[in-house]
Write a protein that binds this ligand. Sequence first.
Ligand code: SAH
Ligand code: SF4
Length: 324
Amino acid sequence: MNLKNLDKIIEKEPAFRKRQIEKLIYQDAIDNWDKATVLPLKLREELKKETSLDIKVEVYESKDTKKALITLEDDSQIETVFMKHYDRNTVCVSSQVGCALGCKFCATGKLGLKRNLETEEILEQVLVFKRKEKINNIVFMGMGEPFLNYDNVLKAIRILNSENAFNIGARHISISTVGITEGIEKLAEERLQVNLAISLHAPNNDLRQKLMPVSKKYSLENVLRAVNEYIKKTNRKVMFEYTLIDNVNDSLYNARELARIMKHPLYMINLIKYNDTKEFKAPSNEKIKKFKEYIERAGIPVTERYGFGGDIHAACGQLCLKKS
Ligand code: SAH
Ligand code: SF4
């Protein structure tokens, strides 16, 4: 897709055309300007010549998950995941090409960062699936760190949220961050009801710094301070993601440490069973159960994430452009 020349074309048109065209691209999700029959023929021809709605994509499917491998204008590639729940459909979008943060357990981290995604490139990932299915939920949990591409991510969220475009309620949009405090602080000022998720994965600074080098810059104390400020301003719940890795962060001692720092009425924990890589393995189900029970007994709301897409390398932390 290439909408770089769109503004130039719209500029010459009456104001209502901008809304009409936005609706065609994002709400009606047309894949070809010939379908834009509400527009005058001359304008349609110009749009066809100057912009492109084509998305270069390969899709891999499993039972309840699809993974799209999208090739962008500059030949960069990104991955996007579609998940079918019994009552809703979720798209998990990437915010960057690769990721600079190098978390030890994450396949995307091994790619390094190529560049930030443009707003249209974030939206195009949703369109790939919206052209065929209804989309109810968006999670910024694909490749990259959304708060290191803050402006483009927020612009995309406003269009996802807009009634004239995707019309997805802010409460159905989630952003996951390793805890970039500047991003958390800015989001608190946006007056948007989006969901914030923090990738925690370790209950103390020592372990967290080993797993997530970026946390040398953002200590647990500072991340939690920013989260608490965010909660004060927004009164929104915050989800902490904790990926359980065998013999790394899954002991009952770790559960106790975690319970101690998670005591806040608006904190929730989401446990993720690790998706195996060469370096690390998932704990046994028995161990996960015990860990979860400990947290529950400590009175902290805790859920377990359903593992979508492992068989097509589409699960959390597996997005690394591996053909499947
Ligand atoms: N960069 C952001 C957004 C990506 S979200 C962030 O890290 O929050 C992807 C989630 O999957 C993160 O919580 C990440 O820590 C987690 N993850 C990474 N590798 C994983 C793996 N192999 N198994 C399970 N979860 C993993
Ligand atoms: Fe980047 Fe998130 Fe993977 Fe860490 S877990 S390397 S921040 S994508």
